[in-house]
Each structure stands twice: as C-alpha cells, then as structure tokens.
Design a protein around this ligand. Structure first.
Ligand SMILES: [Zn+2]
Length: 158
C-alpha cells in the first residue's frame, strides 16, 4: 500500500470509530476513491436508520454512485475497515470497482460479535439446507417476464 492508500484506510477506520461512538451502528467504515479523490464514504448506520442493509460499504457505494452519476464504480478503489460481509461483497461485485482494501478480517469481526462468517458458511449450501428456508417455487408467469426481457429491444444491459 502507498502512503496515500494508507491515508484512505485511516479515513475508513476513523469513520468506523465515529459511527460506533455516535451510536449510528457497528464499528465499520468505508471510503471509495477514484483517481486519488474520495467520491463516497460511509459508516454502518443499521441502528440509526433501522436498515439492516445500511452497512458501511453499501452506504459508501450509494454515495459514490450518486457522485459519479452511474451504477458502476469502474477504476475505483474501496477502503473498508473490515472484510466485507457476503451482502457487501455482492454489492461490490455489482458495482465493479477495481480493488478492495480491508483491515479487519471476518474472523476478527466474528470475535467482536458480528458473525458474517456464518453467512459465508451458508453460501455453498443448497437452498433447502440453509437456516432461512428457501423454497423453489417455479412459475411460468415469472419465466415469461424473463422472456420479455430477453426480447426487449430498448433495454440497457448492465
Ligand atoms: Zn456488509
């Protein structure tokens, strides 16, 4: 990591402490950078917004996309105070930044009472074996909408 990159990580860690101390949520912070400029930042706001998806990375991705006016974070670097949970990892893959730096690991998060690792363990299981029941309920009407998407001529592919 360069000194500048270390500075961005320090910002993310600072946000994690700030969010924790102000009661916004857990001790997680995130900064998103493009061409050396911060374009989005966030801390965990699960408690203050009653939003279970308001993780630092998701908050920062939303802000960065708003800044760039796009749904993709091409060429961006994400600095997060902790290894992303599976939800944030998914959000990161959808946003497609080029790199992610993380400080604390998921094991360290688990030690602090944030059991993201448990969700990682659920991922490889077949839907019927997961803790939350996932019932496959095939329906032609649902498939028809996919067919309409496939043949839709004015769609924006993303
Ligand atoms: Zn997360």
């Amino acid at each position: 990591m360069t000194n500048l990159q270390k500075t961005f990580m320090e910002m993310a860690i600072g946000l994690s402490r700030e969010g924790m101390n102000s009661g916004k949520g857990g001790p997680f912070g995130c900064v998103i950078v493009k061409d050396g400029v911060v374009i989005g930042k966030g801390n965990n706001q699960v408690l203050s917004t009653n939003d279970p998806t308001a993780h630092a990375e998701v908050v920062a991705i939303r802000e960065a996309c708003k800044t760039l006016r796009t749904f993709q974070l091409d060429g961006c670097e994400i600095y997060t105070s902790c290894e992303p949970c599976p939800m944030c990892l998914g959000a990161i893959y959808w946003a497609r930044p080029s790199k992610v730096f993380f400080a604390n690991t998921r094991q360290e998060a688990a030690n602090a009472g944030f059991d993201d690792d448990f969700i990682y363990q659920e991922l490889p299981l077949s839907p019927s074996d997961r803790k939350i029941s996932m019932i496959h309920s095939p329906d032609n009407a649902a498939l028809e909408v996919f067919q309409e998407w496939i043949s839709k001529e004015d769609k924006k592919v993303y």
